[in-house]
Design a protein. Structure first.
Length: 267
């Protein structure tokens, strides 16, 4: 069977679902229907994919080849139970949810296709270089899923649910926590009337360095040098912002502990 002839029901219309849907369409897959708990979201994504759409679980088409869930982890278990069709291959895209979450609802064929990337609705992104981590509950569907994922990306890997949990944890550190630091950095300079654009070359080089260097080797700054004069001055600048003060102090201590320098008192 031609892999592109498999019809897909996309369940979800958030950031990841939007980008997944757009990439499926670009590659020639048929997204037969989009479901979202809000009709407005389902309609918006459905129209962009030229798909049917609904916000009612009892209206989800019963004969699709693939039911692809891209929703918040917290709503996934209940949503699986509410959808009546039990045919086809059921997949979710979550990093921290095991594949066998489908088994409790009586699903016979199930698996995971987890894209290791951050998504926003308004920022188009190609899946070609995004690592896709797949898993299925039987050998035949794992092979099918490899073929399916390989249409979207050149980087497809089999990975167990247990390993995927740790990968997702690492991704939270590398992406979400890092972005939180960007938020704080931009707040600091914008408060002083400076543009965030001043930080872009630094952010870009920091990310580029770890392509060739171990991040531990690439670490710079006052904490790794244990430059107490700079650290104390910068803490003083943050004395009226307790949240940033504690964040700076905690991160500086962590950087120092990871360094190879001789022991010294806590910051």
């Amino acid at each position: 069977m031609d892999i592109l002839k498999n019809t897909i029901v996309l369940i979800g219309a958030g950031n990841a679902a939007t980008q997944i849907g757009q990439n499926l369409k670009k590659k020639g897959f048929v997204v037969a229907q989009v479901y979202s708990h809000t009709l407005e979201s389902a309609k918006k994504l459905g129209k962009s994919l030229r798909s049917d759409y609904t916000n009612q679980t009892d209206e989800i088409v019963p004969d699709a080849d693939i039911y692809l869930f891209s929703v918040k982890d917290s709503v996934l278990p209940e949503l699986i139970k509410r959808i009546k069709p039990k045919n086809g291959l059921w997949l979710h895209t979550a990093g921290s949810i095991p594949a066998d979450i489908f088994a409790a609802a009586g699903i016979k064929r199930y698996g995971v296709i987890y894209p290791l990337q951050t998504f926003s609705k308004t920022r188009a992104i190609s899946f070609t270089a995004i690592p896709l981590f797949i898993e299925a509950n039987n050998a035949d569907d794992e092979l099918f899923l490899k073929d399916f994922a390989s249409v979207l990306s050149k980087k497809v890997f089999f990975l167990s649910s247990e390993k995927r949990e740790y990968l997702h944890l690492a991704a939270v550190f590398a992406c979400n926590f890092t972005n939180h630091i960007y938020v704080n950095a931009i707040e600091i300079i914008e408060k002083e009337g400076l543009s965030k654009e001043l930080l872009i070359p630094l952010i870009t080089e920091t990310a580029n360095k770890i392509k060739k260097l171990n991040p531990k080797e690439a670490q710079t700054g006052p904490a790794v040098r244990y430059d107490r004069n700079v650290i104390d001055k910068q803490l003083d600048l943050l004395k009226n912002d307790p949240e940033k003060y504690e964040l700076y102090k905690m991160l500086s201590e962590g950087i120092y502990r990871k360094s190879q320098l001789p022991p010294a008192e806590n910051l």
